[in-house]
Design a protein around this ligand. Structure first.
Ligand SMILES: Cc1cc2nc3c(=O)[nH]c(=O)nc-3n(C[C@H](O)[C@H](O)[C@H](O)COP(=O)(O)OP(=O)(O)OC[C@H]3O[C@@H](n4cnc5c(N)ncnc54)[C@H](O)[C@@H]3O)c2cc1C
Length: 500
């Protein structure tokens, strides 16, 4: 296997690596010559840009899509896809070690091969990138330009010497990992999601900085792949903003896996000693120095707003919060819209998708869809998964909405028991005295699947009582939602009985 350098990134150019490259940035690609004015020019070909380009072409519009690096953006290349694939492999190793729990004699020896896991990731990326390859997009009538886009005026954008004029445009340039402001870390070197999936073996000792979704998911995965993982989080709990008991379950689960947890702890300095990185940690009452082989920073993501001459387009932005948009996703230039990570607080692929759809409606179909009307679920893909949708209790209280919560523990759900997935809960918050669902948190092995039912209910205005009338297949972990609905019914029956 050779490790040739691709023009835009480094991965082995084996058959999968080559297939991936040909799909996401063909080495021999020639940009089209712009003719006339485009109906819609899209800058950035991540999930938001891709969806918008395909949608606009389907509507029969003349469309250009500009990408400076790899089609598919973060999600396909360095985000959701590689992380979820790595988590799958790591989970299997963990299950092999715990085989006895489900009545299987443990294998004699488990040999971990991280290079194989990374190879599988490339294989999956090559496969998933086929649908939106450069060639397919061109066949769909989209003019695909590779190169960094810069605005040359309110209705013009330039790429690789070509000037594209547009009636409407979309900025979907996404976000990148934030650089940690820790003395010594840049000189010592550190990993982010942009290079962690190119490792060929798990670091012997790994420090993860940040206990958000990315930090927790990768801390658990690398621990299961054999690293000794230390995680430092400056907050008193993981997943800031999540329900406290959900974060506690995650903390317990990471500790059980063997992750060394430092909450309320800041990384204050890094230096190198030979090949080791010596990291100084500080909390309120103690100072500690740990020695690791690699550091993985997962401290947040910064919107890609620089080097685009947005001023020339009269598009206002902030380097922290991204492109300024109104509720219709219009920027300060009414012809130019933004979608996805570059303008959103909730940086998720499903939000990139949802906002790109909104832009198609609002920019090309005279729609008036509002960002504030969206119901936004999310999920952290740890073991167990932690998913949420709608309001938290504290948010409902801030809005003076009276709340009643129905909680079902997963250890009371038959399928969770038979699967040995008893950790977690389903918590559904309703407006007190009604069955209107305000929000929900699910902590379960498949919480990400289960939250969708609650998102449907909130979006469609289906009450918890109505969910109780839906027959749920037995045995499924989703029955926990029906059990919460039954708990709601019991309160109604008691209330009715009191009046008799
Ligand atoms: C490790 C990790 C795991 C994740 N897991 C999940 C998950 O499980 N579920 C989930 O929903 N989300 C997840 N995310 C978030 C998800 O990847 C992003 O929300 C999503 O990719 C955002 O899509 P986007 O189209 O807005 O931007 P991006 O995917 O960032 O794409 C933007 C594109 O614009 C291009 N670009 C930037 N500037 C220019 C320019 N000037 N000219 C031309 N092109 C430009 C970039 O090269 C890039 O290809 C994860 C993120 C990370 C980092």
């Amino acid at each position: 296997m050779t490790h040739d350098e691709s023009p835009v990134g480094t991965w082995p150019l084996d058959p999968d690596g080559l297939a991936l490259l040909v799909n996401v940035h063909p080495p021999d690609w020639r940009n089209p010559r712009p003719t006339g004015t485009y109906d819609f020019v899209i800058v950035g070909a991540g999930p938001a840009g891709m969806l918008a380009a395909r949608g606009a072409a389907t509507l029969g519009r003349k469309v250009a899509l500009i990408e400076r690096n790899l089609l598919g953006g973060n999600c396909l290349n360095v985000g959701c896809v590689p992380s979820k694939a790595l988590i799958r492999t790591a989970r299997l190793y963990e299950q092999m070690r715990d085989a006895e729990d489900v009545g299987v004699p443990p294998p004699e020896a488990v040999r971990i091969d991280v290079a194989e896991a990374m190879q599988r990731i490339r294989h999956l990326q090559a496969r998933l990138s086929r649908a939106d390859s450069a060639g397919r997009l061109r066949d769909h009538g989209i003019d695909v330009y590779f190169g960094a886009a810069r605005f040359a005026g309110p209705t013009k954008v330039s790429v690789e010497g070509a000037v594209l004029r547009f009636k409407k445009a979309l900025i979907a340039t996404g976000a990148r990992p934030m650089t940690p402001a820790i003395p010594g870390i840049v000189a010592a070197g550190y990993l982010t999601n942009e290079n962690a999936f190119k490792l060929r073996e798990a670091p012997r000792r790994l420090l993860v900085i940040g206990g958000g979704p990315l930090g927790c998911e990768l801390a658990q995965a690398f621990c299961r792949l054999g690293s000794h993982v230390v995680i430092a989080q400056d907050d008193p709990m993981f997943l800031q903003g999540e329900e406290r008991d959900a974060a506690q379950i995650l903390s317990d689960s990471l500790a059980r896996d063997g992750v060394e947890i430092h909450l309320n702890t800041q990384v204050v300095a890094v230096r190198t000693q030979g090949k080791q990185k010596i990291v100084e940690l500080a909390s309120d009452d103690s100072k500690l120095s740990v020695s690791v082989d690699e550091i993985l920073a997962g401290i947040g993501r910064a919107p890609n707003v620089e080097n685009m001459d947005l001023e020339a387009a009269r598009v206002e932005y902030d380097t922290g919060t991204g492109i300024r948009v109104n509720d219709f996703l219009q920027t300060t230039n009414a012809r130019i819209y933004a979608a996805g990570d570059v303008c959103l607080e909730h940086k998720f692929t499903h939000m990139a998708d949802a906002t790109a759809r909104m832009v198609l409606h609002n920019a090309l179909m005279r729609g008036r869809r509002r960002l504030s009307a969206l119901t936004v679920p999310w999920c952290t893909y740890t073991d167990p998964e932690i998913a949420h949708v709608g309001l938290y209790v504290r948010e409902a209280r801030q809005r003076a909405i009276p709340v009643k919560t129905f909680t079902i523990l997963m250890h009371d759900v038959d399928r969770a028991v038979t699967d040995g997935d008893e950790e977690g809960f389903v918590k559904i918050h309703v407006r007190e005295g009604t069955d209107r669902i305000l929000g929900a948190t699910v902590v379960a092995r498949h919480a990400g699947e289960m939250i969708n039912e609650l998102s449907v209910a909130i979006t469609a205005g289906i009450g918890l009582g109505e969910l109780g009338r839906v027959i749920h297949a037995y045995p499924t972990q989703g029955e926990a939602i029906k059990m919460a609905a039954d708990a709601y019914y019991r309160t109604r029956l008691r209330a009715t009985a009191r009046y008799r």
